[in-house]
Design a binder for this molecule. Structure first.
Ligand code: IPD
Length: 288
């Protein structure tokens, strides 16, 4: 069943990826803003989510839906599709190529409630990167794959370098106070690692961990659609994905790292204050 769900995720994410990349105007306009003036929505975010919602309702009519722009619609099957119609919206706005469509299907602990990454089980997911022509996918228990112009291959994350040699990706939220906290963590972490990367699309950061393009990725304050598909790709490739305390990842924290690196990074992040109480992680800077 998870393999069939993976196929659905890949098919709809590819369709949305085609819409988003082929339909990108030379100059993308901001249609509206959400949690802060820098948290933008483009017309294509809305169009992509509409395509995903319509297509999933057609092929999986019993399932629920949770999208970044349109919120939560509960279903009757116990499964919910969690989608980010454009992850990396700011890159998309500026014409930078690191953006993706992220689609996952989860079994929520409480089927009537909005799915929560801390308690859900992700069954399958796909991340489509139209600019690179790369399709990342995973099925729970079925492994992670990358499909590109050279074909399809299984992904196995490297076991990881020591912390001082680790290339670590991270990201920043849209809330100015959270950014100040994240900057303080970066200032303490950076001297102890090879380098940091801020690509601007959480789903692609997670897929990069799966492929060994970075050794780790961490961020606080992610929304369910940012992490659902990519976290499964990373985990199915053999990386370890937790929160800052080693429990299930969610908005309060996500750390995805090569297996042998993960415990050392968790310690370094704790020393840097990444898990300290700070800005409320439960805020809804989304369209829900
Ligand atoms: C954002 C990106 C970014 C991450 C932010 C996310 P969006 O998603 O994934 O890399 O740092 O926390 O909100 O807004 O482009 O869908």
């Amino acid at each position: 069943m998870n393999e069939e769900l993976r196929e659905v995720a890949v098919a709809v994410a590819l369709a949305a990826g085609e819409l988003v990349s082929a339909g990108r105007p030379d100059r993308v306009e901001v249609a509206s803003t959400k949690s802060s003036p820098t948290d933008v929505v483009t017309a294509m975010d809305t169009a992509s989510e509409q395509l995903l919602r319509t297509e999933l309702a057609r092929v999986r009519p019993e399932d629920g839906f949770l999208g970044e722009e349109g919120g939560h619609r509960p279903g009757r099957s116990g499964l919910t599709w969690v989608v980010d119609p454009i992850d990396g919206t700011v890159n998309y706005l500026y014409g930078l190529r690191a953006y993706a469509v992220s689609v996952a299907v989860v079994r929520a602990a409480d089927p009537a409630a909005r799915p929560d990454p801390a308690t859900w089980t992700v069954l399958a997911g796909a991340v489509v990167d139209p600019s690179q022509g790369e399709t990342w996918s995973a099925a729970l228990g079925g492994g992670a794959r990358l499909t590109d112009a050279r074909g399809t291959r299984a992904l196995t994350a490297p076991t990881g370098p020591e912390l001082g040699q680790a290339l670590v990706a991270t990201g920043f939220g849209y809330d100015a106070r959270r950014r100040a906290e994240q900057a303080a963590v970066v200032a303490r972490l950076l001297p102890g690692v090879r380098d940091l990367r801020r690509v601007g699309a959480a789903s692609l950061d997670l897929c990069s961990v799966a492929a060994g393009r970075v050794d780790a990725y961490y961020e606080r304050g992610l929304k369910p659609w940012d992490l659902a598909a990519g976290a499964l790709v990373a985990a199915e490739a053999g990386a370890v994905v937790t929160d800052f305390a080693g429990a299930a990842a969610g908005g309060h924290g996500l750390v995805a790292a090569a297996r042998d690196l993960h415990p050392h990074l968790l310690r370094a992040l704790a020393d840097a204050g990444a898990g300290d109480p700070g800005v409320d992680d439960t805020g809804t800077d989304d369209g829900a």
